[in-house]
Design a protein around this ligand. Structure first.
Ligand code: 9YW
Length: 456
């Protein structure tokens, strides 16, 4: 146990960390060398889950953290695209859309030995790989981690290059997402207008059968069929265009510059610079850091709405900011060093009853401001609190909070409250932000992994 988390000496806290480790170990699939996000809902490897999971393992099992990461990168496309799902060949058909639906063979860049989806998720990976190195303790672990950095670095570079070369056609230093699932915040009300603008006749929607609905407490906690129709339609747009990004950019009805995605990219760019530095690649390190700073600056200029004092996503089809206050907007602080006006406005929003309240009375940060018409307590990304978002916002507050007592106070609160909520309710997928009651899948890996990262 001491080696699991030496910083934790209190027996109750030790038991808590041990139970988090049991979730990760229970979700590990030996045949895949990777970890399921949750045993009942998600039978494959998911990209950003995998990076958070590797962060958790990095504290006590360097070997597994590396295996997890390698498993994901083995499925990287030849153009650098890192897929959001790597399908488990041994899983039954208990998840939709499964491998056949994506038709990735239409792309000349599809991977030869893996079945994957054809979209991406937020690029947390360089951050996780750097943590694998930084958290390695023994000389043997450091050696393993160094070897990992050497082998993963060119793949991370290809991944970031894919994003900047293929997803930023107007050279704004902001990359776009072309599917709601790429945001990680699947059915956020932020996408409602863009989705409502997609008018479909029944024959345009590829035939499909969902399998998710019987698996959580209530159907209402999952996205509805208006959402799924458009989700599958967009996939058809991708394979009809052979996953050619220039063609997709011309024809996709959903193209969004997302705050969360770009903030994570900016932060991952810093991590990539650190990795390059560790590997002795000084010039490359300078380049990665400059690229990261450009993205951070673009977030602060294009995605910040001065009047509302909030960071919003930009809809490249409708050509306007999406003025829906989602928790992803608060994640701007994670990627950027912001000026004090921007920081104060975010702190004010956090004190607003729509987020945490003046006395911090909300359990944790809801995924959508509570005064938004799309808000609900228990529907997935339409209000419930998610541990990873609370984790990222806390980190962003600390990183920017130097000298701002409120930012530091809220950061402290977010950690204490999240930990006590998980301790009481278990490592669930998402939570009612008012009551802290648990929802979605149980034994959810990133809730456990980020607990380990927080505690150790
Ligand atoms: C789905 C695995 C994934 C997460 C996403 C989350 C959910 C899958 O689960 O999406 O079927 O909707 O929204 O962020 O990576 O945990």
């Amino acid at each position: 146990l001491a080696s699991l988390c030496p910083a934790v000496t209190d027996p109750t806290q030790q038991a808590f960390v041990t139970s988090a480790k049991a979730v990760l170990d229970g979700n590990w699939v030996t045949s895949m060398n990777s970890t399921l996000p949750s045993p009942n809902l998600y039978p494959h490897q998911w990209s950003w889950d995998s990076a958070f999971i590797a962060l958790g393992y990095s504290h006590y099992d360097t070997h597994k953290a590396i295996a997890e990461t390698d498993a994901l990168f083995r499925a990287q496309w030849r153009n650098g695209l890192l897929p959001h799902i790597v399908f488990n060949p041994n899983a039954d058909e208990s998840y939709f859309p499964g491998p056949a639906f994506w038709k990735i063979h239409t792309s000349p860049a599809h991977p030869l030995n893996s079945q994957t989806s054809g979209i991406v998720q937020p690029p947390v990976h360089a951050i996780a790989s750097l943590a694998i190195y930084n958290n390695a303790k023994s000389a043997q672990q450091k050696k393993l981690a160094m070897h990992h950095l050497q082998s993963v670095y060119p793949k991370l570079v290809n991944w970031h290059n894919y994003l900047y070369n293929e997803r930023d056609p107007l050279k704004e230093n902001l990359v776009y997402i072309r599917h709601m699932w790429e945001s990680g915040m699947d059915n956020s009300p932020a996408w409602d207008d863009a989705l409502n603008a997609i008018q479909l006749t029944p024959d345009q929607i590829p035939q499909y059968t969902r399998v998710d609905k019987g698996k959580v407490g209530s159907h209402h906690e999952r996205p509805n069929s208006h959402f799924y129709d458009r989700a599958v339609y967009l996939i058809k747009v991708f394979y009809d265009n052979s996953y050619d990004e220039q063609a997709i950019f011309k024809s996709s009805p959903f193209l969004i510059q997302d705050v969360l995605f770009n903030s994570i990219l900016a932060r991952a760019g810093e991590a990539l610079a650190d990795i390059a530095h560790i590997l002795g690649k000084k010039q490359a390190a300078v380049h990665h850091r400059e690229q990261s700073a450009k993205t951070a600056a673009a977030i602060s200029s294009k995605l910040y709405h001065a009047e509302d004092g909030f960071y919003y996503d930009y809809d490249m089809v409708a050509k306007k900011l999406i003025r829906t206050k989602i928790s992803g907007g608060l994640v701007a602080l994670y990627g950027a060093k912001v000026d004090s006006t921007h920081l104060n406005s975010i702190v004010n929003h956090l004190y607003d009853p729509a987020f945490l309240g003046p006395d911090l009375s909300s359990y944790t940060i809801p995924s959508v401001a509570r005064d938004d018409p799309g808000y609900t307590n228990t529907t997935y990304w339409k209000g419930p609190a998610w541990i990873n978002i609370n984790y990222l916002v806390r980190d962003g507050l600390l990183r920017n909070g130097n000298g701002n007592e409120d930012a530091v106070k809220i950061a402290k609160f977010l950690k204490t409250r999240s930990m006590s909520m998980l301790g009481a309710a278990g490592f669930y997928e998402y939570f009612n932000p008012i009551s802290g009651s648990p929802h979605g899948g149980h034994q959810f890996s990133w809730s456990a992994a980020l607990t380990i990262d927080w505690m150790c």
